[in-house]
Ligand binder design. Structure first.
Ligand code: NAP
Length: 486
């Protein structure tokens, strides 16, 4: 019997949405549309353009396994290059005719065995399969700092960088020292007249190599793809991944102790001034907050123009920032690198499953999905890089590829006529969540710091098991955990 032809709607033309489109085309299925709220592809790499933007996952791992790129300019590729890579993928794989740019979906509703979506313009569309690849980190979180709106000079969130604003020689303030703030300060330390880095909590910094690839290196990657494979999965990469996962899933592991030693030594040998050293020393374990990799930050904070401010911000005034001890920093520009509203996932889109069940009901205590991919009573729905998936310092491209391969096996059941709908049972989600919550409390993320990984109860909302376990469970869905309807 011929496969049943299905129509698929994909939300988002970032790395994961493009992947879904490429994989559908690969199997000869062109019956899909990708709705993208922005004006071009690339997702987070389109939205972020701040100075110093880079990916702290090795570039050769941060690309599709079927479209390796010998031309990366560095071991850690700059953001614009990554954006260009994903844009080129959209073109190369013939996805552009499938993408509707500047089209924001506001509502997705399952009824009459189909997904019915409504676009902001009022237009509607239907499909058998819905893929939410709308990203995790794209709703900027602007802090509730008193007086912020009174600042009379240019200010913006790191994900809304205003490139018309002059930086050279200016007095620049950067609030936040997550991966973003650290990258911005590293990039601007030599360009600013004065740069104040406002740090609420210190961060451990993992040293990393600053490897730029020469033409000769690139030629080597071109002529011998095994060299790329070695960077992706060679013994060094495998050991790094194994050490890192062992460390994050068990706060008492020797691997975490080893990482702790590395970051402490990095602080010790890199920072000369003992006062600055203590300002930069966290009082929690390495990797409790997302690990920051930087070859340049400790040099940057020791540049003469840079001042690390670790007192509490009292308020923002018209021309600068007042600290709680009365100190005032006059600023020409203020960049807010305070992260993203991470609980949102598919929101603000509204999702309704079987019998009008609203996703917010299932997500009343936080976003959740069975093995991070599927949701009970929301049939034929796939979340890519959804809640509780592996995070930390993994390649999300690799994670999305494995999640897609898993979901595609479920869709095969529909294609082949074995069923019309597929969704996990509520019991399966509950069992997954109970096991996940329990094991999440052993991870380093629960070892005593505040971070965006934690829910209101302090339970990390992450994958608490090994990378190998992720690979195993994604290799084949456990059909006994699924409800199939004919
Ligand atoms: P983030 O990790 O959430 O860090 C936010 C920073 O803002 C923290 O330093 C936080 O301080 C500070 N902050 C928040 N509210 C504040 C307030 N009211 N007053 C003062 N400080 C405040 O955000 P991010 O650096 O933008 O990174 C977000 C995520 O993006 C990362 O975890 C990562 O997944 C991703 N990212 C990845 C890369 C990459 O290379 N792959 C690069 C950049 C970003 P506290 O620590 O005290 O809360």
């Amino acid at each position: 019997m011929a496969d049943r032809e299905l129509r698929t709607i994909i939300i988002g033309a970032g790395m994961a949405g493009l992947l879904a489109g490429i994989k559908l085309k690969e199997r000869g299925d062109s019956n899909f549309v990708i709705y993208e709220k922005g004006e071009s592809a690339g997702g987070t790499w389109r939205e972020n353009s701040y100075p110093g933007l880079a990916c702290d996952t090795p570039a050769h791992s941060y690309c599709y396994s079927f479209a390796l790129n010998p031309d990366w300019s560095a071991f850690y590729a700059p953001g614009p290059e990554i954006r260009a890579y994903f844009e080129s993928m959209a073109e190369q794989y013939g996805l552009l005719p499938h993408i509707r740019f500047n089209t924001e979906i506001e509502r997705c509703e399952w009824h009459d065995s189909q997904w019915h979506i409504r676009i902001k313009t009022g237009e509607t569309d239907q499909s058998d399969i819905l893929v939410a690849a709308s990203g995790v980190l794209h709703h900027p979180s602007v802090p509730d700092i008193p007086g912020l709106l009174d600042f009379e000079r240019p200010w913006f969130h790191s994900a809304r960088w205003d490139h018309s604003v002059l930086l050279e020689g200016q007095r620049i303030g950067v609030i936040g020292n997550g991966s973003t703030g650290v990258q911005i300060v590293s990039a601007l330390a030599k360009r600013a007249g004065k740069l104040v880095h406002f740090q609420r909590s210190p961060q451990w910094i993992m040293p990393c190599p600053d490897i730029q690839y020469s033409e000769e290196d690139k030629q080597g990657f071109r002529s011998d793809p095994a060299k790329i494979e070695a960077v992706r999965n060679g013994p060094e990469a495998a050991a790094r991944r194994a050490r890192f996962t062992a460390a994050i899933i068990d706060m008492e592991s020797p691997e975490l102790a080893e990482i702790q030693e590395i970051v402490e030594k990095n602080l010790e040998v890199s920072i000369r001034d003992p006062v600055l050293k203590e300002k930069l020393r966290p009082n929690y374990r390495a990797a409790c907050k997302r690990m920051i990799f930087s070859a340049h930050y400790y040099n940057a904070v020791q540049e003469p123009a840079v001042f690390l401010e670790n007192k509490a911000i009292e308020r923002v005034e018209a021309t600068g920032i007042r600290m709680n001890d009365g100190t005032f920093h006059e600023l020409d520009v203020l960049a807010i690198a305070t992260g993203f509203d991470v609980g949102k996932f598919v929101r603000p889109m509204q999702f309704f499953g079987e019998s009008g069940l609203e996703l917010d009901e299932i997500w009343a205590t936080g976003p959740r999905a069975y093995y991070a991919v599927t949701v009970p009573r929301f049939p034929n729905l796939c979340l890519l890089n959804g809640p509780t998936g592996p995070v930390g310092n993994f390649s999300l491209v690799d994670i999305a590829e494995k999640q897609w391969a898993y979901f595609d096996q479920l869709v095969d059941l529909i294609r082949s006529g074995q069923c019309k709908t597929v969704a996990p049972s509520m019991e399966a989600l509950q069992a997954y969540e109970a096991a996940r919550d329990k094991d999440a409390m052993r991870t380093v993320f629960a070892s005593g710091c505040k971070s965006w990984y934690l829910n209101d109860q302090g339970v990390p909302q992450v994958w608490p098991w090994s990378y190998d376990h992720f690979v195993t469970v994604m290799s084949e869905p456990r059909l006994e955990d699924y409800v199939l309807t004919a």
